[in-house]
Design a protein around this ligand. Sequence first.
Ligand code: SF4
Length: 253
Amino acid sequence: MIEEKRSNELRITSIQHFCVGDGPGIRTTVFLAGCNMRCLWCHNPEAVIEDIFKYSVLNVSESELFEEICEDKMFFENSGGGVTFSGGEPVMQAIQLKRILKKCKTESISTAIETAGNYALKILDSILDYIDLIIWDCKAVSREVHIKCTGVSNEQILENLKVISSKNKTLWVRIPVVWNVNITEEEMNHMGKYLTRIMPERVELMPYHKMGISKYDQYNLEYRLRDIEPPTNEQLKLCCNILKQYDINATYE
Ligand code: SF4
């Protein structure tokens, strides 16, 4: 359920300055708390699992957060960067997010959100005018794979992505690659076919890594992918080659 808190505070887990990769240029990335999905590989459990929010979440006022974002304005201007709201699922705090996005636009700060898209489209529509770049995390196209990996169906997500792609917004798609979990050759083909209808400006493969495991241990949480290894270079190349057959150029690091 999307939160519609009326307070002027945002629940965040961290703010990272001088990020590269969460959009163009040098960016400040704000990690918002709360998510209505439960991806098996999530490496930000502190922003997702409510039982541990008392240890991980900070309440910050919109004005405090805005001031902190503005401190990096010179770097944004010199690099073509801006602010990215990630999480968790930033759209879970749509009301507060909208107000802060609006403030950023009044200061001509470029804005991006990284979202998994699991909500009613009208919620994203309500903030769309204040977003320059949408980074859409696409976990799987097959419904069964999506449910197995995230705990929720993807019908609404895929429909939302289709609608958003028809709007005049810069759209990047990120695909987490957890080999034999959400991604196989077959699933990559489904992904390629689906993305031909979306044609995002950029597609990034995000290879699975094990760096999040220590957080699960720290908070005594169950982590179900302990035995899964990061994808090999060959597997990542294979993913790129499959997407190429659908005229989609994907990158990975
Ligand atoms: S959508 Fe993102 S933040 Fe939410 S559980 Fe999945 S990986 Fe974690």
